[in-house]
Design a binder for this molecule. Structure first.
Ligand SMILES: [Zn+2]
Ligand SMILES: [Zn+2]
Ligand SMILES: [Zn+2]
Length: 302
């Protein structure tokens, strides 16, 4: 993609009215294809709780794509924008590229918008893309919500943000998103990686093939959907990162189970292990579990 990127305009970024659902700015860009200047509208503020189409545009990589009026070439504007989710009390200043005067810009924005419960800075479009993917994924997946241990609303948002800013998996996601955008990676590979991201955010553990939690709890007991227990037997030997079990009643996907005693959550989406038998033995020595622990037939340890 050839484009001449326009450094953000401090004035535009800071003088926008927070009361609008969407704000635009008309700016001049230089087309790297035909070497002509052209004008285009770019979004500089968007409240996604009131303009859900903006969410879809970000997820399709259509957000702030501008078209040269001379040659028709499409470019990513690279213009910074504010992303607001009023319902979640969230404001994110998104800089598709790191600006030179980053410290000063952050300070000014904090002074002006510090009243938002959550104020964040992103310096990469992958972060906003992944944030929206997480939001949509939790919204659409009731079994994930049932397994989730990271809380709701603002608490969940903060957990997402920590992952987006700190987790090394974000490097892989950035790479895979670029590859799939240019057709060099399949969507399956991307979905698989995003699945891993979700289970990492949740602090889940790889699935024990003996179905026993570290505390000794029976995971098969809590393997349920639609209020019904779903049998694991026919799936047992197939469980792997790539395997999905569908609920026979509602056809939603299931990827793991939580322990009814200690609340730990396990998923085969992070791979499988034979058993947590040795960890269990350790735990028993440290603090006796409140219920009977059965010997593990594979390792012989209790
Ligand atoms: Zn052009
Ligand atoms: Zn179901
Ligand atoms: Zn447990």
């Amino acid at each position: 993609m050839v484009y001449n990127y326009k450094i953000m305009n401090n004035r535009t970024m800071i003088n926008i009215q927070a009361s609008e659902a969407e704000s635009y700015s008309r700016e001049t860009f230089h087309c790297g294809n035909c070497e002509q200047d052209f004008e285009a509208n770019v979004i500089t503020w968007v409240d996604v709780s009131r303009t859900p189409q903006a969410k879809r545009m970000v997820l399709r990589w259509d957000f702030n794509i501008i078209q040269c009026t001379q040659c028709g070439c499409r470019h990513f504007s690279g213009t910074p924008f504010f992303f607001e989710d009023f319902e979640d009390g969230l404001l994110i200043a998104v800089f598709p590229r790191i600006p030179e005067n980053r410290g000063q810009i952050e300070k000014t924005i904090k002074e002006k918008y510090g009243y938002y419960p959550v104020l964040e800075f992103f310096y990469d479009m992958t972060q906003i893309w992944t944030y929206l993917y997480f939001q949509e994924h939790y919204r659409a997946n009731k079994n994930l919500r049932a397994l989730s241990r990271i809380g709701k609303d603002e608490k969940r948002v903060r957990t997402f943000l920590r992952f987006l800013k700190e987790d090394p998996l974000m490097i892989d996601i950035r790479e895979k998103l670029t590859e799939s955008f240019f057709g060099d990676a399949t969507d399956d590979e991307l979905v698989e990686l995003l699945g891993q991201a979700v289970y990492t955010v949740e602090g889940m553990l790889p699935w024990p093939r003996d179905r026993r939690c570290m505390c000794g709890g029976d995971l098969a007991k809590e393997f349920k959907c639609c209020g019904e227990r779903i049998t694991l037997d026919e799936h047992e030997h197939l469980l792997s990162r790539y395997y999905v079990i569908y609920c026979p009643y509602c056809e939603e996907s299931l990827a793991g189970a939580s322990c009814e005693y200690c609340g730990r959550v396990f998923t085969w989406k992070l791979g499988t292990v034979d058993s947590y038998g040795s960890a269990r033995a350790q735990e028993t020595r440290d603090s006796p579990a409140p219920h009977e622990i059965q010997a593990d037939p594979k390792t012989g340890s209790a």
